[in-house]
Design a protein around this ligand. Structure first.
Ligand SMILES: *Cc1c(COP(=O)(O)O)cnc(C)c1O
Length: 390
């Protein structure tokens, strides 16, 4: 007897946990069991679960208007775009429903930019360990065997370089390159931050060759590193930036932010989306940006980040047979493991603590940015017990 094919396409390795509710940093099962959430839905619930201001904003918008086409003006979308332009390098924003869709538009924008220059350039450089989503364009950009195997022929026009190899980058980045696409902190790739010096050097190389710089801040952006966007630490700005995950606080929302120079090629009719920039998503997104840019919010993120990092350094020192090092920045931290990362994730789950595995044998910690001092202390105690069990 063949087992029936699962009604949900079996592309995920799911745990058996089923949550019925969320409150701040906690996820709660039907029977009331509470789990401390250091995943934030993989960086999505940046303000925790059921943040009262977001619930109120979403409810109010739901009572007024859910969806209206981009045939018409959408005040919530205009408000969110103005906030993003005010608080970032960008002159303009396009709204999507996901990070993948933002990556697709960034690729299209780069191609159109060079088309309109009259001197077409085709190659977009990207990096090993990168993650830009699961569309045909995004997997071609990341180039990893894991994501591309069986899905060929891959979209042409991408070249993947080794991570952290300056010579390879210098050799590849010449006047044939259309753009460089990179995460300032690799998330799926194992919480690997690009040193500030390298990001500055990359900006200089792009300026010297004319290549556009695309930063993918889908995971590391929206306050995660203690600045609104991670590249701000390096004092540089991209030409194009991808945003998603945290910006919707749990409502599906993404954006491409760009300078006027990079974006000028995208005239009416060149791109669009049915749902992108939807009133519900944009009302919530604008509230998220307002909360994150209010005085003191990001300072608090940095304080909590310092506390968590210090605690993790002690944990590594206490369990040298389990952990090799702490990685990352802000509240985007990783434990590089000596034992198998997924075993630690399971052991933590049995302590009612939720974490996410990443590549390179890393366990990722992406708590809500609103996590309290006591919750961090509690998370560290649970991680310590989990590590002792391995
Ligand atoms: C999650 C992620 C994406 C893809 O976003 P989706 O919303 O899943 O499409 C792209 N880039 C990075 C860096 C991500 O972490």
């Amino acid at each position: 007897m063949n087992a029936p094919f699962p009604p949900i396409l079996p592309t995920y390795n799911r745990s058996d946990l089923r949550f019925a509710r969320g409150e701040g940093c906690w996820l709660i099962e039907e029977d009331g069991r509470r789990y401390l959430d250091l995943t934030s839905g993989i960086g999505v619930n940046a303000l925790g679960h059921a943040h009262p201001d977001l619930v109120e904003t979403l409810t109010e918008q739901a009572q007024a208007l859910w969806h209206v086409s981009n045939l018409y003006r959408i005040p919530a979308q205009e408000r969110l775009a103005e906030l993003l332009v005010e608080h970032t390098f960008a002159d303009t924003a396009f709204f999507t429903n996901s990070g993948t869709e933002a990556a697709e538009l960034a690729i299209k924008m780069v191609r159109k930019y060079w088309h309109d220059q009259g001197t077409p350039r085709e190659t977009i450089l990207s990096f090993e360990g990168a993650f830009h989503g699961r569309s045909t364009g995004a997997i071609a950009a990341a180039g990893s065997e894991k994501m591309t195997k069986g899905f060929g022929p891959l979209m042409p026009g991408f070249k993947t370089l080794p991570w952290g190899d300056h010579d390879a980058l210098r050799a590849a980045l010449d006047e044939s390159v259309a753009a460089v696409m990179i995460e300032p902190v690799q998330g799926e790739g194992g919480i690997r931050p690009l040193p500030e010096q390298c990001l500055k050097g990359l900006r200089d190389l792009c300026d010297a060759t004319g290549a556009l710089l695309i930063l993918d801040e889908v995971q590391c952006g929206m306050g995660r590193t203690g600045r609104l966007f991670a590249h701000e630490w390096a004092g540089i700005a991209p030409d194009i930036m991808l945003v998603a995950k945290g910006i919707g606080g749990g409502f599906p929302l993404g954006a491409v932010l760009a300078t006027a120079r990079a974006a000028a090629c995208m005239s009416a009719g060149t791109h669009g989306s049915t749902y992108g920039g939807n009133p519900l998503a944009c009302a919530v997104g604008a509230k998220v940006v307002e909360i994150m840019t209010a005085p003191g919010f990001l300072d608090q993120v940095s304080r909590r980040a310092g506390q968590l990092r210090q605690g993790l350094e002690s944990l590594v020192a206490t369990h040298p047979e389990t952990f090799e090092a702490v990685r990352g920045t802000g509240l985007m931290l990783g434990l590089k493991c000596r034992k198998t990362n997924t075993d630690l994730v399971k052991a933590a789950q049995s302590e009612h603590l939720l974490t996410v595995p990443a590549a390179d044998n890393v366990v990722r910690l992406l708590p809500p940015l609103t996590i309290s001092e006591d919750e961090i202390t509690e998370a560290l105690a649970r991680l310590d017990r989990a590590a002792s069990k391995l």
